[in-house]
Design a protein. Sequence first.
Length: 382
Amino acid sequence: MQFSERRNTIRWIILFVSFLIVSLILWNTYTFFQIFKNEERLKMNLWANAQKTLINADENTDVNLPLEILSNNSSIPIILTEDNKIINTVNIDEDLGLNSPATLNILKQLKSQNEPIVIEYVPGQFQKLYYGDSALLKKLKYYPIALLLIIFLFGLLVYNFYKSTKVATQNKLWAGMAKETAHQIGTPLSSLIGWVEILKADEVDESITSEIEKDIHRLQTITERFSKIGSVPTLENKNIIDETFQAYTYLQSRFSKQIEFRFEAPDKEIFIPINPTLHGWSIENLVKNAIDAMKGKGKLILSIEEDKGFVKINVSDMGSGIPKKQFKTIFEPGFTTKKRGWGLGLSLTKRIVEEYHKGKIKVLKSEIGMGTTIQISFELKA
């Protein structure tokens, strides 16, 4: 608890320091922007004075300095007006024309950027100098936005890294808990096997011991499944029809007679590399999910077919159906429409099929009130 609180405190300190650094950078950028803007205002005042000097110059006036000032401006756009008419432009395309709509539109933009400088070259006669921001100033204006975008992307990257690390830690925790559960089940399971042997020695009804043995075998299968979580499973070249049928028949014998089970498959063997334990788990998940969708009553069809280099397993029910927008989300961890359950069955099945067996799983078809068909497909190796 103390470690968790300390870690949260460190996170808040880092967040505060980061916010402070960003604020200082933005403030300095704003300060630089204002400094450059004031310097450009001073340059434009000098330009206006040079313009005034040239207008009032006579043959005895030295105009070298005013001309140099006027010619040195190569980056700031200028429009000079008199009596509301444009009389000159600087750093603006001359081909546009002085009083063309395009130039008037530029003048409108310059008016929105800076206050004009009034040049009174003789008493009662005025010119107005309108100027815009230089290219450097425009770049500096957008710098804070670019900086914030970079910080946002960096924060998003850190968040994704933190989230993926947290998910990886949780996965390790769940895998560890699953393995520990398998280990804990193993002890009473060994004891049950011993008791079955005692019952056999006492010549208890064989049908009773046979059913107990089936359930013990089932517990052993479940234990093996949990022990494989988090590990890379070993694949064996197995007949997919037999392995699917075994998982199917186990459930068929343990569900209500109100479920009409039907199994359809080619009358031949189809061998593909699978892990029998995990494949059986994925089939059971799909069958149980189909039975839940029908609320324990209806027809369930499990069919296997070979098609264009693939073996396809279809599990069809007559349940409530799935909206099309949920065709992909049903395989996400935590998604469930049931009041009970954690929504892990289909996501676990997807992982077994796609990550461990390199197959594909999808909702083949579904209609509301009519039923759903989920399909698993595996590529047949030549």
